[in-house]
Ligand binder design. Structure first.
Ligand code: HEM
Length: 470
């Protein structure tokens, strides 16, 4: 073969792809162990998709503290211990925005350029408005809204606990963060709203990855919710109660509209999901855990009586001081969040990073599972037990959680709604247990392991019986 032939375009292309192939194998060799299945692109997606939470824990046991799962064209590298967690939370070479841009586009049609242009400003705004200096502004309005809802429950009844907490928290959250009385006005809209939000929330994870034509019902509900915001956006912007600086959504829309007039309903939808997807299931789990631990239930009732007296009929006001005296309830909420933490948080690797003796290549999604991290006995002794008293060790006065508690994520973009979420669940539990004698009619269900995004939902129904205190 002559030199000219050796350098023909075909030979160069073949040689080039061999080098690329070898290079990618080498990258894989240096990278963490990879579970890649045998079907191109889908990889281990089929098995992973069936029960993702269990799949990642089995992978950790088999492959060690850092491993990669290849599924649906994505490389997801999981970190489970200090070294990897530090990289995920602190390295300059991993990025939050690049990791969530695509899911945000799929779930709310916000284009990547708009999202990047606005994200830092909106995050700073939410962190301020719902931060520790400001949460006390929400205590009064949330309490009032919850009282109104409790009145609708009557003197006694039975209800599915999931519906019970939604019925209390959806209107209270929307009125406080969006606009008083938003959406939930007449019976028909309430029913439709609940149905569409449920479908949207349940399909959120698939919707964030798969093409929309595969998910017709989900897509219909997403469009319905977007149309609802479109119809109401003028009204939301116009409505200001006297002497108030406006709601969180109003402030967000002001910032969005400095950049574009087109995507206000889309931002409404993102905030709707963030505000309603996690806190109500946490209220479910907390009430569920309290009511299925008689000693803890009794201690809580005693502390509520010592602060507000025993009669359950008054529309009590709750002060910051009262909340401090009811620390046991906050511990129960945090312990429930520990045990029912989101399946994953994620960042994108933008420059290769070294974790233990592996190099994780750029383009990988770096993933951490708060749910499993909270079950590591190295970080939380007796991890499966519901032990509110472990929160004694946390410096909650200084707003510091326990080490390795990662349910709200961490680093620069930790959940900006965490203090608001804790407050609303606290108020909900106080007011329910003050007004009603409650008991569960079913054993507390297990968590569903179908989803990785957000707080796990219960796998089955659980009914609550409530009766006004004499
Ligand atoms: C117990 C309830 C909640 C849990 C467990 C939770 C958890 C989380 C987690 C894990 C993240 C990702 C953080 C990261 O990747 O480091 C997040 C982000 C976020 N959360 Fe929450 N959250 C809760 C309630 C709320 C509430 C009530 C709001 C109210 C609006 C909210 C608003 C947000 C927003 C807007 C983001 C995205 C922040 C960004 O774009 O940078 N969350 N949350």
């Amino acid at each position: 073969m002559g030199t000219m032939e050796l350098f023909s375009p075909i030979a160069i292309a073949v040689l080039g792809s061999c080098v690329l192939f070898l290079f990618s194998r080498l990258k894989n060799l240096l990278g963490p162990p990879c579970i890649q299945g045998w079907i191109p692109w889908i990889g281990s997606g089929l098995e992973f998709g069936k029960a993702p939470l269990e799949f990642i824990e089995k992978a950790r046991i088999k492959y060690g503290p850092v491993f990669t799962i290849f599924a649906m064209g994505n490389r997801m590298t999981f970190v489970t211990e200090e070294e990897g967690i530090n990289v995920l939370l602190k390295s300059e070479h991993v990025d939050f925005e690049s990791a969530v841009q695509s899911p945000v586009y799929h779930t709310a049609w916000i284009p990547k350029n708009v999202f990047s242009a606005l994200h830092e400003r909106l995050y700073a705004l939410m962190k301020g408005k719902m931060g520790t200096f400001n949460t006390h502004h929400f205590t009064g309005p949330l309490t009032e809204e919850l009282h109104d809802q409790l009145e609708g429950l009557g003197t006694h009844g039975t209800m599915d606990l999931t519906d019970f907490v939604r019925y209390l928290l959806y209107p209270a959250t929307l009125s406080t963060l969006f606009k008083k009385g938003l959406f939930l006005t007449d019976k028909r809209t309430i029913k439709e709203f609940y149905q569409h939000f449920k479908t949207y929330d349940e399909g959120f994870e698939y919707g964030s990855q798969l093409p929309e034509w595969l998910l017709r019902n989900w897509s219909k509900s997403k469009r319905w919710l977007l149309a609802l915001f479109e119809k109401n956006i003028g009204n939301i912007k116009a409505h200001r109660s006297a002497g108030h600086s406006g709601t969180l959504l109003q402030a967000i829309l002001e910032v969005v509209e400095t950049e574009t007039l087109q995507y206000s309903p889309n931002y409404g939808l993102v905030l709707l999901w963030a505000a309603l997807a996690n806190a109500p299931p946490i209220a479910f789990w907390t009430l569920g855990y309290i009511l299925s631990h008689p000693d803890i239930h009794r201690t809580i009732l005693e502390s509520i009586s010592s602060v507000f007296g025993t009669a359950g009929k008054d529309k009590i006001k709750v002060s910051e001081d009262d909340l401090k005296k009811l620390l046991i309830i906050k511990w129960c909420i945090l312990e429930s969040i520990r045990l029912r933490a989101p399946g994953v948080i994620t960042r994108k690797v933008v420059k290769p990073v070294k974790i233990l003796n592996h190099t994780v290549p750029s383009g990988d999604l770096l993933m951490l599972s708060p749910f499993w991290l909270h079950r590591n006995p190295k970080y939380f002794p007796e991890p499966e037990s519901f032990k509110p008293e472990r929160w004694k060790e946390a410096n909650l006065d200084k707003y510091i959680f326990l080490d390795y508690f990662m349910a709200f994520g961490g680093g620069k973009f930790q959940c900006p709604g965490r203090w608001f979420a804790l407050l609303e669940v606290q108020l909900c539990i106080i007011l329910v247990l003050y007004k009603y004698e409650c008991s569960l009619l079913d054993p507390l269900p297990k968590q569903s392991s179908r989803h990785l995004v957000g707080v796990p939902q219960p796998a089955g129904k659980c009914w609550i019986e409530y009766k006004e205190r004499a």
